[in-house]
Design a protein. Sequence first.
Length: 144
Amino acid sequence: MKPTHKGTKQSAKGPTATGKAFTEEERGAIRDRVQEMKAGKGEGESEVLAKIAEMPKRLHTIIRESSPALSPRLWYGMPAYAKDGKVVCFFQAAQKFKTRYATFGFSDKANLDEGNMWPTTFALKALTAAEQARITALVKKAVS
C-alpha cells in the first residue's frame, strides 16, 4: 500500500501550518511590510505620524519620554519604535485585525526576559494613569 501525504505540502496562498488561511487583514499587513522594505519606507516621518495619529492620545509621548533613544517607524503598517534600527515595541490598533482591543507589544529585541516565561504583548482598552505608568516602566526596561 502506497503511503499518502495529504496536507503535508501547502502553497503560499493556501492554508498555513495550523490549517487556516491568512485573513485579508493579515495579508494586508504582509503587503505593508513588503512595501516598507522595498521602498525603504517605515522611517518616513509623514507615514509614521499618520499611523501615530491612530494611537490613543499620549501613547506616543509616553514612549518617547520613557526612552528618547527609540525612533518611531512603521512595521507591518503599524507604528513601532526602534533602537539601532531594530523594532523594540509596537502598537496595533484594534481595527488592524478587527479585534475588540488594541495591542501594545514588544519584539524579541526588548530586554523583558524574566526566567523562562514573560509577557510580550498587552491588550489595551484604555490609557489611564495606571496603564501609562506600566507602559513607561516596560519601555524603560525593554531598552535597558
